[in-house]
Design a protein around this ligand. Structure first.
Ligand code: FES
Length: 104
């Protein structure tokens, strides 16, 4: 039996900074720990533009988009099929690379 993964690597572009976090951690929590994301409203949809990022790799291993997140993404100018809200997307077992769109 293979050993269970304890942490997964999240890479934040454009800096290339990497963060190790447990599966189930939101992208926001992992990025906040690394000081890469500061503005947030804990999922209250008040900072949607600041919480918006693009997932470049590992999209399939993230938690699925729920209706509420989809509705919020619909309000963002420039959102695409790569878009997620950092507070809603949870890490899975595979490494993920994201592109940060706002600056702390
Ligand atoms: S933390 Fe505010 S919308 Fe995600």
């Amino acid at each position: 039996m293979s050993q269970a993964t304890t942490t997964v690597t999240l890479t934040a572009m454009p800096s290339g900074t990497t963060v190790e976090a447990e599966p189930g951690t939101t992208l926001l929590d992992a990025l906040r720990r690394a000081g890469l994301m500061k503005h947030e409203c804990d999922g209250g949809a008040r900072c949607v533009n600041l919480c918006h990022l693009f997932v470049l790799e590992g999209r399939k291993s993230l938690s699925k988009i729920q209706r509420e997140e989809n509705e919020k993404l619909d309000t963002i100018v420039g959102a695409s099929s790569k878009s997620r809200l950092a507070c809603q997307a949870k890490l899975g077992e595979e490494p993920v690379t994201v592109e940060l769109l706002s600056f702390v």
